[in-house]
Design a protein around this ligand. Structure first.
Ligand code: AMP
Length: 220
């Protein structure tokens, strides 16, 4: 299964991609997680990305396209992938089309997580993330059992610097300007589906699984 999860930051793409990875074994390919790992490592990509990520701006397309090109040929992604956070611009979407075509692969579904800016602001400014594996919590909606500690692996929880309210507003502006056209790019295709992403995690998960299963049946 080759899937793309599209939508604003905070729409729940990462949470749902992670659940799908756990339930169906399809690897979550999150460009945001890849960049944060590169920044911690201090690799050349990490150094180049740092300033952009911290300001809530987009990392240049050439960096992102090279990163994805290298990721999708790894053995675990051969059976499929869930792209979470890529493509975010039209040039990225066009580059992905060319990459998949060269590899003889097709997209099975593009799920667009539809959500209001108000909900996003509420979600992102209360979000805490586990340092070890990126498990996601929310102070109000999905709090960890012990404060500041990940339920799954016990590691420390931290707030992303780009989840501060002023940076979230900037990321939303960037999303509407740069990424909304990508939604229109895929909307015309048969694989496109809209998911109402306002509900809670289980509710959205049911919709995601239902939509993907329906696509797979159509394909079979
Ligand atoms: P995310 O975790 O998906 O919200 O991504 C965090 C940050 O990483 C974004 O605000 C961007 O600075 C950067 N980033 C992630 N994916 C991309 C992408 N496809 N293109 C450009 N920048 C990206």
């Amino acid at each position: 299964m080759n899937l793309i999860f599209l939508g604003a930051p905070g729409a729940g793409k990462g949470t749902q991609a992670r659940l799908l990875q756990e339930r169906e074994g399809i690897p979550q390919v999150s460009t945001g997680d890849m960049l944060r790992a590169a920044m911690v490592e201090g690799s050349p990509v990490g150094k180049r990305a740092k300033e952009y990520v911290e300001q809530g701006a987009l990392v240049p397309d050439d960096v992102m396209i090279a990163l994805i090109e290298e990721r999708l040929v790894r053995p675990d992604a051969r059976r499929g992938f869930v792209l979470d956070g890529f493509p975010r611009t039209l040039p990225q979407a066009e580059a992905l089309d060319r990459m998949l075509e060269r590899a003889g692969r097709v997209l099975d579904a593009v799920l667009y997580f539809d959500i209001s800016d108000e909900t996003i602001l509420r979600r992102l400014t209360g979000r805490w993330v586990c340092r070890k594996a990126g498990h996601i919590y929310h102070l109000e909606y999905n709090p960890p059992k012990a404060p500041g500690q990940c339920d799954a692996d016990g590691s420390e929880l931290y707030q992303r610097v780009d989840d501060r309210p002023e940076t979230v507003r900037h990321r939303l502006d960037v999303y509407h300007r740069e990424t909304q056209p990508v939604v229109e790019f895929y909307r015309r295709r048969g694989v496109f589906a809209t998911i109402d992403a306002e509900g809670d995690i289980e509710d959205v998960s049911r919709k995601v699984l239902g939509t993907i299963r329906a696509r797979m049946e159509l394909r079979a």
